[in-house]
Design a protein around this ligand. Structure first.
Ligand code: C2O
Ligand code: CU
Ligand code: CU
Length: 515
């Protein structure tokens, strides 16, 4: 009999009963990781596949100042590795999913149809979304076979008959311009379902951003980075402790550190190549990996200057640009950066590398400075008006959470408790500001739904170089991070969790309810 979530829960309850957890205690079934790492993806010659840009999808109709989309989640075969076909589970059958272009204060409604064999839930990461549309992990769109009233090919007209096969998600977009993304959020299965392809970009724009001379059009490029391992036939490899399971819950895979692939994909292509002119380009970097963090640099570095000019974070434009030699991006973080290719001669090859990677995962993609062109963009020293950060002097409540991996026979926990959809761990008041102090062991990417936050400190010192601006995900780096959060938007129940998706599936997640 396979290990079930229930067994693990029981183990957890037993372990939790009389156990004082020494910090750093790790009890994971490490032996089970060995098998997975023996799988090697088919080789690909790096920097040969052109960088694809995910298609921008169009609304099915426009009505009353809102954009209405229809998306079908389905399986499809896609050429990811040259000459091989991979079955992906994609929004509209593509991986990464189509990009949604949204405007501030112009609502978007997406009707999501589920034609996959499994339940799904869609979350707009970084969105200020009412609770019914936030993609709560148990708020599922069931697959066709699970719907007792559904006919095989029912039309759009008889919505009542298959109410579970689609769901309308409403996004008010009452938020400044920012790079968001949408992805699956099904309880226990987010890791494997995102891994199979259920993730896409959602770009929110506004007039403030439009008025800036930043690179635009085809010089504003989404860069969705993730890692995957493939079997010899091109199929995605996602290990499960029990290979006979039809579905492979993330809760069972790679208990310790999450799923690490050996092939780096950008916008769904392995180590791709992008030809650029010798001008500034804006890259909206999203780390959409299940577990891998990246430490990005340019090789060769531009002579005498920092490689990247950061103009935006998870929550949109910074007040002023920040220059970096490296960009460290944990899962789900976004970094909006300008690279100025005029610092290289025409003909130069510039590799985006991952300093932290080993072997092939040290490479991400390559730029070739293919031609000269007149510069039409600039990076102003003032990007956005006052970001109106919460005032930490005005705080009603301070809460403390510990994110510790590998407890309870491989589960992960927050304050020594595993996720329970029925337990509320914090009840912030609508409109209030709180300080959340999060301790981690080892590092975990901490994410809150509904809100953005301001990083106040790390281990008692100042915030780190990648903590600027409004954030919704922050890499805890095995220490204590304090953030200030203003609870605005809606009352209701939302999750916060580790964005290492295997940790999330191993129940490193909890609820807050805005009251
Ligand atoms: Cu990006 Cu709760 O998720
Ligand atoms: Cu989120
Ligand atoms: Cu974690």
């Amino acid at each position: 009999m396979s290990i079930t979530r229930r067994h693990l829960l029981k183990m957890g309850a037993m372990a939790g009963a009389g156990l004082a957890l020494p910090l750093g205690a790790i009890s994971v079934p490490v032996g089970r990781l060995a098998a997975s790492s023996s799988v090697r993806s088919p080789g690909v010659e790096p920097f040969t596949v052109p960088l694809p840009v995910p298609p921008v999808t169009k609304p099915a109709h426009v009505h009353g100042g809102a954009d209405y989309y229809e998306m079908v989640q389905k399986a499809a075969r896609q050429e990811i590795l040259p000459g091989l076909k991979t079955e992906v589970w994609g929004y509209d059958g593509v991986f990464p999913g189509p990009t949604i272009e949204a405007r501030r204060d112009r609502p978007v409604v997406i009707r999501q149809w589920n034609e996959l064999p499994v339940p799904v839930s869609v979350h707009l990461h970084g969105g200020k979304t009412p609770p019914g549309s936030d993609g709560y992990p148990t708020d599922l769109i069931l697959p066709r076979g699970h719907d007792p009233g559904a006919h095989a090919h029912a039309g759009h007209g008889s919505a009542g008959k298959h109410a579970h096969m689609f769901k309308d998600y409403s996004y008010p977009n009452a938020h400044r311009a920012a790079t968001l993304w949408y992805h699956d959020h099904r309880m226990d299965f987010t890791g494997p379902q995102v891994y199979r392809g259920l993730a896409g970009m959602y770009i929110l724009r506004d007039d403030v951003e439009d008025s800036l001379p930043l690179p635009k059009g085809d010089k504003d490029v989404p860069i969705v980075i993730c890692d995957r391992t493939f079997r010899d036939d091109g199929s995605f490899y996602y290990p499960s402790l029990d290979p006979t399971l039809q579905e492979e819950p993330g809760v069972l895979a790679h208990a310790a550190n999450g799923m690490f692939g050996d092939t780096i994909l950008v916008n769904g292509a392995p180590w791709p190549l992008l030809e650029v002119s010798n001008t500034m380009h804006r890259f909206r970097i999203l780390n959409a990996s299940n577990a891998r963090s990246y430490d990005l640099a340019l090789d060769p570095p531009p002579p005498g200057e920092k490689a990247f000019v950061q103009v935006g974070s998870d929550g949109g434009l910074l007040e002023a640009p920040i220059r970096h030699d490296r960009i460290a991006a944990a899962p789900a973080e976004r970094f909006d950066v300008i690279i100025d290719f005029s610092r290289y001669p025409v003909g130069a090859e510039v590799t985006l590398t991952n300093i932290g990677g080993e072997g092939k995962t040290r490479d991400v993609m390559r730029f070739v400075v293919a031609r000269g062109e007149k510069e039409e963009s600039a990076v102003p020293e003032r990007l956005a008006p006052d970001l109106d950060f919460p005032d930490p002097g005005n705080v009603e409540v301070t809460r403390r959470f510990q994110f510790i991996a590998g407890v309870f026979g491989g589960m992960s926990a927050i304050n020594q408790k595993v996720f329970d959809p029925d337990r509320i761990d914090a009840r912030p008041r609508l409109g209030s500001t709180e300080v959340w102090e999060i301790f981690s062991d080892p590092s975990h990417p901490f994410h809150m739904h509904l809100v953005h936050f301001k990083v106040l400190s790390r281990d008692g010192g100042p915030p780190g170089p990648y903590d600027a601006g409004w954030k919704d995900t922050v890499s805890l780096r095995g220490g204590t991070v304090r953030v200030a959060v203003r609870f605005e938007g809606w009352r209701g129940k939302y999750v916060f969790h580790c964005h290492n998706l295997e940790h999330e599936d191993m129940m490193m997640m909890a609820n807050f309810e805005v009251v």
